[in-house]
Write a protein that binds this ligand. Sequence first.
Ligand code: NAP
Length: 469
Amino acid sequence: MSMASVNPATGQTVKTFDENTDEQIDAAIGRARAAFLALRQTTFAQRAGWMTAAADLLEREIDDVARMMTTEMGKTLAAAKAEVTKCASGCRFYAANAERFLADEPADAAAVNATRAFTRYQPIGPVLAVMPWNFPLWQVIRFAAPALMAGNTGLLKHASNVPDTAVYLGELFTRAGFPAGAFETLLIDSKQVERVLSDPRVRAATLTGSERAGRSVAEIAGRELKKTVLELGGSDPFVVMPSADLDRAAEVATTARCQNNGQSCIAAKRFIVHTDVYDAFAEKFVAHMSALRVGDPMAGGTDVGPLATAQGREDVEKQVRDAVDRGARVLCGGTRPDAPGWFYPPTVVADLTPQMRMWSEEVFGPVAGLFRVSSYEEAVELANATAFGLGSNAWTREPAEQERFAVDLDAGAVFINGMTTSYPQLPFGGVKNSGYGRELSAWGIREFCNIKTVWLGEGAASAGTAHSE
Ligand code: NAP
């Protein structure tokens, strides 16, 4: 079987790759296990040196890596470069902070009848990472950097449409100095995930992707009693209240919806606007959305490139058509261009009703749903009326309202007067069908650790003071 890297701007196949055989998969798991046994003996300082070298490689190779991503999944070259830079800083962040995040945490020894008691964080072994194509480098690095710094090893099953980036990532960390097998790519179909996750040498899994894939991996992991972290879909609300800075809100709304050609889990997808400012906001938003330049993602000045797959564009088209057939209004966009490549224009759809798919489904493309509400309560009710709970945005200059939104929005993140973004310094993850567990920050690095209680009584030998693994 083979896997292909297909350019979404042209529909042309650029490269093909052979999928791994069962023997190759088995050998890779063996190397991941052996590398874990070696890596757990290394110090934070050694691992930080290698992680910093990985950041250096990314920065040195930024032009080639960015072109590779743009070629196989269609994000603009500028966005691809920004992603490489973000990855390098993610690596540096964990190189600098992992030891502090995983330092022993003393407890009140007297309260637990000990002479000393503390929590120690230890790595657990090889972790399977099932990753999506939309941020093909960042989604992987945000798992790999903390995992490797904790002393775990990783096996990457990347999305089938980004094999070139997958192969690059599978070599990056050993090129940077990590032991062979510390982080490897498996070129496998999603049907083979069960085989890998069922292997006793693989200790846990993280998946970023759709709800469907998340349920499937969680089911296998449940049977195997292995921990999972799931980062799934989202249909983030973007609430605009009467006191909002409408110019800024409309500008950010456009970026929040169309960044990465509209294919981001934390893209704002449902724009919920107070009736007092609905018309003014809609006019500004539609003007910005219509002004975006759609075209060759390699060309400077392009804002929106093609969708990553033909299927992805078809899904978006069908959702819009369904809404229109049931009475929604298209305020801009809504028709695919008659040209090669999987392009779809920035689109705003108003007058949505619960009978329409766009009301409840995630739209993974540059299409915004616009909703009118007449009170704070109605805004929150609609914002939370989704099976998802990843990010959320609210725009208001009223301090009391800002506080209320921070509490009332049912999501893993609330951003007030700004765009939902992931930062290495802040935890990232969702509630409800957007998944569970957290990536990034101290929370992320501890997800795949054995959080071990160490209790010492009278006469116990010292358990050391510093965590060296
Ligand atoms: P997808 O189909 O779920 O693919 C994601 C990964 O899961 C790919 O590696 C895919 O492999 C694999 N996969 C698919 N079905 C599987 C199964 N039954 N068992 C095991 N692995 C399976 O996701 P997508 O539709 O391409 O990506 C978009 C979705 O990801 C959206 O819902 C988006 O919101 C979500 N996402 C979430 C986050 C987050 O951080 N929460 C970030 C980015 C994207 P193949 O390619 O081989 O099928």
